[in-house]
Design a protein around this ligand. Structure first.
Ligand code: ZN
Length: 176
């Protein structure tokens, strides 16, 4: 696959008109969404977000596990000028069907020490398994809002994207 990517990159560079953009998001928005491969080339378009417009943070299931997503959101707000945060979940999320037992079995099969797996605590939570796509968006918005380092001056919106039609629905309007 790496070979294929390097060939694609050469072709891209050969045909691309170089452009230099600033690193600050023009629309002053940060988006926390899922790493789902179907959102690539789909979610920004569905939201009217172009190159240079937004900070997009992606992880398994648009979840807050540990500090990493929070760290990125904090950077977006305090260092990069974001004035709104969108949590965008999507229908048919793979993390709603994640099976921690199967994950653990696969890890062991691939040489990971069981003690190291057990050391992470709740593997279901750690892997980012979610209780349902909509419930997860609500919980993620709450987790961001309740974090002591996230200001209440920045609205945190919760949305769901239909992975088939691209239709967006608002679960939480952070301005309310
Ligand atoms: Zn997903």
């Amino acid at each position: 696959m790496l070979e294929e990517i390097l060939i694609a990159n050469k072709e891209f560079v050969d045909n691309f008109e170089p452009v230099s953009l600033g690193h600050l998001p023009q629309k002053k928005v940060a988006i926390l969404t899922c790493m789902d491969c179907r959102l690539t080339g789909f979610l920004p378009q569905a939201l009217g977000i172009g190159r240079g417009d937004a900070k997009i943070i992606r992880n398994a299931g648009n979840t807050i596990v540990g500090e990493d997503a929070i760290r990125s959101i904090a950077a977006a707000i305090y260092s990069l000028g974001c004035e709104e945060v969108l949590v965008v979940g999507h229908s048919e999320c793979g993390m709603a069907h994640a099976n921690p037992e199967a994950v653990k079995a696969k890890m062991i099969e691939m040489g990971i020490d069981e003690a190291d797996i057990d050391a992470v605590g709740d593997l279901t939570k750690w892997i980012g398994a979610i209780p349902g796509e909509e419930k997860n968006v609500l919980e993620t918005v709450e987790a961001i809002k309740n974090h002591p380092l996230i200001t209440s001056e920045v609205p945190i919106h919760g949305l769901m994207l239909d992975i088939v039609t691209g239709e967006l629905s608002v679960l939480i309007d952070g301005r309310e």
